[in-house]
Design a protein around this ligand. Structure first.
Ligand code: 4AD
Ligand code: MG
Length: 432
């Protein structure tokens, strides 16, 4: 039996017979020779079919193949210094598993993004999209490893929720047996309950926001990882976010260099993601902006333009802390030294990729939190369970949320967040 070998493992089988199972990506021919570019999800390799070696029947089958024909190719692996993989295959047999009867809609040429998004289920097969999905999966693995290896417990938060966590303007409402419920915006409030039970937890799952803005950073369905830690304050939260990001970026650089190269990512920019990250107060960020001629009055939030302008000043992620409390969520603890400010931190990615992390120390005092819920006009009944966390053994605690897709966007260097998730959901986009 000749073994089935995946393309990324071929270099370990030089001069051995192997079976490849994949699809035809592209081909060229020169009379007696055909050069089939075969992909199998792990890479692309050239299979050389020679009429002299295989005879007319097999050569004829190879000639019949069109783009995305599923094929099984048997052959011998040969070293080939010119190919990016370092190997090619000298075919002894070609079998067609399925021959498409229509041309593949995505030819190997330039297409507009609108068209490609409609063909997303097929576009996923192209080299760049495969590379992005492989980097995404690796980032997820690195994230899980980071927390698992450090004693954090994975805890799943519910998707159906009775209340808002991150403001009421972008909630998706659903009918829950005749009662309104909402798709979760964040697992955080449940993560806080988990931290009081387990000490250190992280939630990791899909979150939903009815974002009515069509930007290159907003999805309506995105994945968020949210660590939450009992007995942690803002400084420790920033230390955690910094150590976490350095580990993720350097880990992915090690294991997914080939994919990042396919994506033409400038790796030197990622190599610079090392400790320490600059930590600046919101008010210092205002000064940076005003020096660059973009004056923002105290009390206003930063948009994409401001985030980009601030990130230009640094060669690595920058942490902005102590935002005005009025523009932040109800659960954030206010700074005892200046109650106008929240003990919040946002991490802004370099190169204009924008906010990737939002976090904070949480308000742990029952009376203060009750007052905040009233000020934010949130329905008190829905938060009774959350207030219980402050009634029974309340402790200082903190955490943050990292948006997975924005992180993939930054690490891969992609213009738009829609290419970071297999089937993006955005305003006006739910198909395929
Ligand atoms: O800053 P946010 O809203 O923070 C929270 O939800 C907190 N409850 C997290 C916590 O402290 N546990 O969102 C966190 C991150 C953002 O920094 C961003 O990376 C991502 O989630 N994010 C989005 N990503 C894609 N599309 C959207 N519409 C996003 N909204 C937030
Ligand atoms: Mg935020």
């Amino acid at each position: 039996m000749i073994p089935h070998i995946y393309i990324d493992r071929l270099r370990h089988h030089i001069n051995e017979p192997v079976v490849l199972k994949g699809w035809l990506y592209n081909k060229r021919s020169s009379g007696k020779l055909q050069f089939l570019q075969v992909r199998d999800g792990t890479g692309i390799v050239q299979a050389v079919v020679s009429r002299a070696d295989v005879g007319d029947e097999i050569f004829g089958r190879a000639e019949k193949t069109v783009q995305e024909t599923s094929i099984i190719v048997t052959g011998t692996v040969r070293e080939d210094k010119r190919s990016p993989l370092g190997v090619e295959l000298h075919a002894s047999n070609v079998e067609i598993v399925h021959l498409p009867t229509q041309p593949f809609p995505i030819a190997p040429k330039e297409h507009g993004t609108a068209f490609l998004m409609e063909q997303r289920h097929l576009w996923l097969r192209s080299s760049k999209q495969v590379a992005v999905l492989r980097v995404r999966a690796e980032i997820v693995r690195q994230i899980r490893n980071y927390f698992d290896e450090r004693g954090f417990v994975l805890m799943d938060a519910p998707i159906f929720t009775p209340s808002a966590c991150e403001g009421t303007t972008n909630l998706f409402q659903v009918d829950y047996f005749g009662e309104p419920a909402y798709l979760t915006q964040s697992g955080q409030l449940y993560g806080e309950a988990g931290a009081m039970a387990l000490g250190r937890i992280y939630t990791f799952g899909p979150t939903f926001r009815a974002e009515k803005s069509k930007t290159r950073r907003h999805l309506t369905e995105f994945w968020m990882v949210e660590p939450e830690v009992a007995y942690l304050e803002l400084d420790g939260d920033m230390d955690l976010a910094e150590d976490f990001l350095v580990n993720i970026v350097q880990g992915v650089l090690k294991t997914r260099r080939d994919e990042l190269t396919i994506l033409e990512r400038d790796l030197s920019k990622l190599e610079r993601v090392q400790k320490p990250f600059p930590r600046i107060r919101y008010e210092e960020a205002l000064e940076i902006l005003s020096k660059k001629g973009k004056t923002v009055p105290f009390g206003e939030d930063f948009g994409a333009d401001e985030e980009t302008a601030i990130s230009e000043e640094f060669d690595r992620p920058v942490m902005i802390h102590r935002y005005p409390a009025a523009i932040k969520a109800f659960y954030m603890k206010h700074d005892p030294k200046d109650p106008r400010l929240a003990l919040a931190v946002d991490v802004i990615a370099p190169e204009g990729f924008g906010e990737i992390i939002g976090g904070a120390q949480r308000e742990d005092d029952l009376a203060v939190l009750e007052q905040r819920i009233a000020e934010h006009k949130l329905p008190r009944e829905a938060f009774e369970w959350y207030l219980d966390l402050r009634r029974y053994g309340s402790v200082p605690h903190a955490g943050f949320g990292l948006g997975l897709e924005r992180t993939v966007q930054w690490i891969c260097g992609l213009h738009h967040v829609r290419e970071t998730i297999p089937f993006p959901r955005m305003m006006g986009k739910i198909e395929p």
